[in-house]
Design a protein around this ligand. Structure first.
Ligand SMILES: *[C@@H]1O[C@H](CO)[C@@H](O)[C@H](O)[C@H]1NC(C)=O
Ligand SMILES: *[C@@H]1O[C@H](CO)[C@@H](O)[C@H](O)[C@H]1NC(C)=O
Ligand SMILES: *[C@@H]1O[C@H](CO)[C@@H](O)[C@H](O)[C@H]1NC(C)=O
Ligand SMILES: *[C@@H]1O[C@H](CO)[C@@H](O)[C@H](O)[C@H]1NC(C)=O
Length: 379
């Protein structure tokens, strides 16, 4: 069956579920039946074969929101990679895209041979941006993560620290160019070890008005060109090179339009983040990004790089419960109908929006929503 047809079926199914109350009114026996017609000849969008994606974040156990600490040991730095449920949950989708990133990614230092200072974890500090100090990714952990993802058959996207080398002004503006040297050493390390990285993403939520800090579109475009040069250089001779992905943030149409106009050759994927559970859960962000891409010469495609419904770690008993499927499945259908190629759910595990329970690793209802989606989409 044609993937587009299935896509529309899913979309209509989701809408039918959402609007079920319009179909069935009143008490027993008062049932209105309707007919759904699917026009399978006209394609409205095409997703990647592996549309589904989930994220892993950096937040440590002492990241708390509104008095609740929901991350436990779900950080990239301490997640139990030997848990069999985790392995099987990823394997079930083989290949599942995994996007590693989140707020603290722009405060991560990668351990290098020449760096003599100790590779220390994030330390809670309310006077620091995002409430934590910089933290370090030890190369031993980088290795464990890559070995694990290979075993699980995941396609890995890694979010690089885009604030490296910049200072932050009092209004949150990041000043100066991206210093790529630490990122370059991480990429070289990955290539030398034979780790397969599907994409390198630059920065997290630094576009538009930014979250915590912001980078102007022309500067960001020039930083993306630097990343593209590094990737081309390090992966010279490779048949398949990783994707260059940016900016990983909330859509601001002017900012995105300027940024995309300035990256006609260096960028392969434009990522936006979505946290719109509630009254504005509509199609506008998808429609906006699709229009910007259509009106530009860029070959880049749209992804949702991170979407968790409710920001600040989600909401217990909502974003990890059955009711969230009404938002989530609608999002998957809508995203694909606006030509979004990949949709990354925040999170695979961690916070109150995990597909897996943070403490037990047991799947939450939305994990099965993903299963359903991937079943419908299977070629
Ligand atoms: C059945 O539904 C129709 C249409 O909504 C409504 O007009 C009618 O009052 C309902 N009847 C009962 C018995 O609920
Ligand atoms: C299906 O869509 C195509 C393309 O938009 C259109 O030409 C055709 O008339 C549609 N078929 C029906 C039965 O509506
Ligand atoms: C917290 O961060 C501030 C600002 O960077 C720094 O001056 C202070 O020493 C830090 N406190 C601790 C306990 O590390
Ligand atoms: C970039 O950072 C490295 C340390 O990671 C430093 O040695 C180098 O001088 C910096 N480059 C620039 C242009 O500031």
């Amino acid at each position: 069956m044609c993937i587009l047809f299935k896509l529309m079926l899913l979309y209509l199914w989701v809408h039918w579920v959402n609007q079920g109350s319009d179909f069935v009114t009143g008490g027993s026996g008062n049932v209105t039946s309707g007919t759904v017609f699917v026009n399978g000849t006209a394609s409205i969008g095409k997703t990647d074969d592996n549309f589904i994606c989930a994220t892993l974040d950096w937040w440590p156990a002492n990241k708390c929101d509104y008095g609740t600490c929901s991350w436990e040991r779900a950080s990239l730095l301490n997640l139990d990679l030997s848990n069999p449920i985790l392995l099987n949950a990823i394997k079930a989708f083989s290949p599942l895209k995994i996007r590693m990133g989140g707020t603290l990614q722009d405060k991560v230092i990668y351990e290098t041979k020449d760096d003599k200072s100790p590779c220390a974890p994030f330390v809670k500090n309310s006077s620091e941006m995002f409430g934590f100090s910089e933290g370090c990714l030890p190369m031993s952990r980088w290795e464990q993560l890559n070995v694990f993802f290979k075993k699980a058959g995941a396609m890995v996207v890694f979010g690089l620290n885009a604030l490296s080398g910049r200072t932050i002004g009092s209004d949150g503006s990041a000043i100066g160019a991206w210093n790529s040297s630490n990122a370059e050493s991480l990429i070289r390390y990955a290539v030398n070890k034979g780790y397969i990285i599907h994409g390198w993403e630059l920065g997290n939520e630094l576009c538009g008005t930014g979250v915590g800090a912001k980078v102007a579109p022309d500067q960001y475009a020039s930083d993306v060109k630097s990343l593209e040069n590094i990737v081309q250089n390090i992966y010279r001779g490779f048949e398949v090179k990783p994707l260059v992905i940016a900016p990983g943030g909330f859509i601001d149409t002017n900012w995105f339009a300027q940024f995309i106009q300035r990256t006609p050759k260096s960028l392969q994927v434009v990522t936006q983040h979505i946290y719109n559970l509630g009254p504005d859960g509509g199609a506008q962000p998808f429609r906006d990004l699709e229009a910007i891409l259509k009106n530009s010469a860029t070959p880049a495609v749209a992804w949702v790089g991170e979407a968790g419904g409710a920001y600040n770690s989600g909401q217990n008993l909502v974003t990890n419960s059955f009711v969230n499927a009404f938002w989530y499945l609608d999002q998957l259908g809508m995203a694909s109908s606006y030509d979004t190629k990949t949709y990354c759910r925040q999170t695979l595990i961690g916070g109150n929006y995990g597909l897996l329970d943070t403490a037990t690793f047991v799947p939450n209802p939305d994990y099965y929503g993903y299963e359903l989606n991937s079943f419908v989409f299977k070629r």
